[in-house]
Design a protein around this ligand. Sequence first.
Ligand SMILES: [Zn+2]
Ligand SMILES: [Zn+2]
Length: 344
Amino acid sequence: MKSSLNASLVNDPFGDPGLLVQFLFQKRALLFDLGDISSLSNAELLKVSHVFVSHTHIDHFIGFDRLLRTVFGREKTLTFFGPENFIKNVEGKLAGFTWNLVDRYEESLTIKVVEVREDKLLKGTFRAIEKFQISAEEEVDFKDGIILDDPMCVVRAAVLEHRVPCLGFSLQENLHVNINKDRLESMGAVEGAWLNDLKQAVLEGNPDSYEVEIPFNKDGNLSFEKNTLGQLKEDLIDISNGQKIGYVVDTIYNEPNSKRIIELVKSADIFFCESPFLADEEVRGQERFHLTSHQAGTLAREAQVKKLQVFHFSRRHMAHRERFYMESENAFRGNLEINTLAEN
Ligand SMILES: [Zn+2]
Ligand SMILES: [Zn+2]
C-alpha cells in the first residue's frame, strides 16, 4: 500500500521519546511528543502544524521552548494537544518569558491548545500579538476519540493511566489517490497540474458526475476534452486506504488500559510503543506505570498491528538494546517462552 506519510522517531530509543510524521508531498509535518528535539532542523520544525503531547513529564515537553523559539515571529498557527491540565502547562510556559516587544513584529504566531479530557475537549488560543494572553476559550464534545479531522488524516486520542492522565494516539491517513501512469500514457493525456486537481476532487468527495477537463496532445496540438470523475476513477485512478500509525508511551499494563490501547491502535500498519523495561521487570514496570518489552509485544499482537517499533528504553539498560527488540518481537509473534532469557 502506498502512503504519503513518513513516520520516524526523533531520537535513538534511549533518548527522549518523539515521533515526526512528515507528509511527503506537502511542506507539513506532525510531531508526537515534545522532549529533546535538538536533532530536528529548523526547516523540519517550521513544517510542523500540529503537536500531540502525551503528557507533560519533562522528557515529553522540554522541547516546547525550542519549537517556540523557531516559530516565534512568523505568521503561523500551531495547534497543540495534551492531557488534563495542558492549557495551564502551556500558559505557564508562555508566562515564563517577557513579551513587551511583540507588537514590533509584523508577523504574529498563534498557538491553539486543545486539552483532552475523558468526555470533552477544552480549547484556548494564545496569540503573540496579544502577549499570549488566553482567549477564545471553549468546551466541545469529544466524540469517537477524534481530536483532529483534516483533509489528510484523522488523529484519535485515548486517555491512558500513568499515575497522571497520559494520551495515546493513533493517526489514520485518509484515503490515498494515485494516478496510474501507464494508463495515463495509454489515454494519451498530458501530465500537468490538472492531475493534482483531479486527486483533490476525489479527496474532497465530489460526485461521480463532477466534470474534469483533460489536456491531450494530438499530433503536437494541445486540445481539451471533458470526462466525468466517475469514469476517471475507473480508468485512471488507484484509490487505497492510507496507513495507520499508533503511538503509545508512558503507561501501565493493566486490563482497562490494555483495552483502550488495543482499541486505539487496532490493525495499525506501524505501532510505536514504549518499552522502558525488560521482560523480567514487570514489577518495576507496575510500580513506575510503564510497560515492559514483553507487554509492548503482547499489546501489538492483541491489536493485530502489522509492525511494532519499540522505543523509550530505560538508560539503565544501555547494554541491552537488542534484548528490547528480541523480547518485544517474541511476544508480538507469539513466541512467549523465549522471553525468559537469562540476563546478558
Ligand atoms: Zn511520564
Ligand atoms: Zn517518558
